[in-house]
Structure formats: C-alpha cells, structure tokens
Write a protein that binds this ligand. Sequence first.
Ligand code: COA
Length: 407
Amino acid sequence: MLAIFLDESIISDFVLFLLNFNELGCYLVQKLLFMSSNKIYIRGLRDVAACETRISFVDPFGALYYAGYDIDRLIGRVCFEEIIFLLNNGKLPNKKELENIKSTLYSGMKIPDKIIRKCANKKGHPMEILRTIISSLGEHDSDFENKEESGNNQIALQLIAQVPTIVAGIYRMRNGLKRVHPKKEYGFAENFLYMFRGKPADVAEKDAFDRYMILHADHGLNASTFAARVTASTLSDIYSAVVSAIGTLRGKLHGGASERVMAMLLDVNKPGEVEEYIQGMLFDGQKVMGFGHRVYKKEDPRSKYLRKIGKALCLDTNKKELYKKATTIQSVVHKERKIYPNVDFYAALVLNALEIPKEYFTPFFASSRIVGWTSHILEQYSEGVLIRPTSSYTGAYGTKFVPLDKR
Ligand code: COA
C-alpha cells in the first residue's frame, strides 16, 4: 500500500538506508552507484544510432547508399577512385578532380621496402602485420594535435593509397617474392591486384575487382567504423583510429568471416554433401559464416552483386563446382534459418577466383574499407564530440573490505 504513495527511488533509498544505517558514508556512495546503474541498456546496441553521418546509409530493406547514391546507380558506371572521392567529399568528382585524385593515389602507393620488411617477416596473421605496420606509420605523426583539417585530409588519402601496397608487400615478402611496383597507366584497384599477384589482370578480372573494392568501401556504422569513430572522438590521431578499426575488422563476426567462408567451401567435398554439412553445423549450434546481418532484413545488396561477379569468374576459371557449392549453401541456410548471405559470403568466392589466398581476404577487405574508415574519422573530428556511453552495472554494492592477510 505504502508503495502506491512513494516513488520507486525513495523506496530503494529507504531499503539501502536500512541496510547501511550505521555507515552513512557508504550509504551515500551506494546511492550514487545505484542511480548511475539505472540506465537504459540495449544489448549489442541494436538499432541505437550512435552518431549522425552523411557518408552512407544501410537500408534494412536491402539497399545501400553512398552519399545519397543508391549503389545500384553506381556499380558499373564509376571506378573505385570516384567512390573514394565521393565518400571523402560527399560528391562525385569532375574530370579534373578525378585526374588529381588518381595522381595523388598513385604517388602515395610507392612505399619503401624497409617500412614493410621490418614487420613482414614476423609470424602471425597478415591482419596482425598490417595492424603493426599502420601503427608504426603513426610514429611519424606526433604533432597530430596541431594538425589543420587539410593535414588530416592528406593523411587520409595517403593511408587509402598505402594500405593496398602494404598488403601486397606483406604477401610478396613473406613468400620470398620480389615486390612489384604500381604502373601509372593502371587504375587503383587494378594496380593493387597487379602488385599482389605480380601479373597484369585481364579485363574481366580488372572489372570484377574494381567492383569488389567499390562494394566494400563503406557500410554505415559497422563495428570497425564505430571503433574508428570512438578513437577519433577522443581527438586521438588518424593512425590510432585506423588501428582500432583493423583490430575490430579481423573478428569472425565482422570481416574475418570471409576467410572462414572459404575454409567451409573447401571443407565440403561436393555440392551433394552441402545439406548434411550445413544441417550438422546448425544442429551443433554453430553459425554459418557469411550469413545473417544486424541491419538487413532482406538480402544484402552487396551480396547480390558479388554472387554475379563470383559466378562469372568461377565459370571463367573452371570453378563451376565451387560456385555450385556456394549457391547450394545459400539455399540450405535460407531453408533452415530464413537468413541471407552477407557481403563476406560471395566475396570469398570472388577473391578465390582471383587467386588470393584466404588469409588475405580480410586484409583485402581492409584495403577497401580504409576509405570508409578515414571518411568517418574526418567526419567525427568535425563533429567534435566525445563518444562515451555508459554501462548498466550488474555487480555487487557495499562489499566488505577484507585485509590481504585475512583473504
Ligand atoms: N548462422 C546461423 N544462424 C544465424 C546466423 C548464422 N550465420 N546469423 C544469425 N543467425 C540466427 C541467430 O542464431 C538468431 O537465431 P535465434 O533468434 O533463434 O537465436 C537469429 O538468426 C538472429 O540473429 P542474431 O544473432 O540476432 O543476429 P545479430 O544481429 O546479433 O548478429 C551477425 C549478426 C552478423 C553477427 C550474425 O548473423 C553472425 O554471426 N553471422 C556469421 C558471421 C558473419 O558472417 N559475419 C559477417 C557479418 S557482415
């Protein structure tokens, strides 16, 4: 009855007071803790908007917009360099601007061997090496606090140019191969493939890979972009923010999924065995890599394109059975769980057909997503607000202290 007249917080105050009436100081501390723990908690921040952005929009009903453009309107009509300009500047470049960005990127792609060599020979996953090299590049940016906006824009573009060269350099050095330098007459994505594989790409490969890069460039506030924005929000430097993003991307619930997709595709012997294989995984409570999405309720629009690109490449390269296995996995997973492939599923097929070893799938993802990361980092700097949520405390209060010799 009393509760009808008293507000909930007064009751909790009263209960706490009764429990602690002999320790007034402790009571006040507990009261503060109690108040601070009484927050809205949304598990996994599902559907929570943590920032405003003009860079890209992920439409849950199966569309993706880059700075206002539906990717359906961009794919096949623009090159990756135009997307870099669009995400960095909010508009598509004119001819002169495109020439300028191409030439800036080309100059930025040339990196001395020693920067890559000092880390490339270490053991570990290529994502670890990439993370370390980017971190070491940041050693030369100690005056970041005095940097003007234009200085940060310049670093962003430099990083976009450098990451693919570093990834290619890591691969070649670790495999005892000579590094291959970019060619002025090649496009940016084409040069990346060339530097990595050491041979020119044919027209179909060039086009497929340019589209792969476009489709991975940005994707709203995905986990790695969020990590980058959090770091940038403390007004730390761009390199640190990119290192945060790389560390976040490599996890298998994010960009690390495509490497596991490839392992799964190789593990299934033939299309006829897919159904039993997938049912076994689901029965064991495992997640099928490359499926499901936090935002999309329908098919990921990027997956639709990558499936098409993957199909064409697989048919060209005698990988018909690999493609068949992939599409059978898609049908079985959809039948069993009503979920769709995400970007990482058919990306594995595309990269495999382009002869990229699976350990490099996530570094390839990073080589494109660096565009989104840097755009978001710059946007976060201009926003000028610290991202610092709170937590909902579920631990104990008023725990009695026991001296060391009595524990
Ligand atoms: N395999 C099997 N079941 C899956 C699944 C997958 N890949 N993805 C989601 N599900 C199931 C969940 O188990 C859950 O089922 P339940 O409601 O019976 O518990 C349901 O679908 C909803 O999924 P949920 O866990 O709420 O999705 P999420 O938003 O928390 O997670 C991912 C999204 C991407 C992390 C998740 O789909 C996943 O782990 N996918 C595999 C990894 C991957 O491909 N990552 C790349 C993402 S781009």
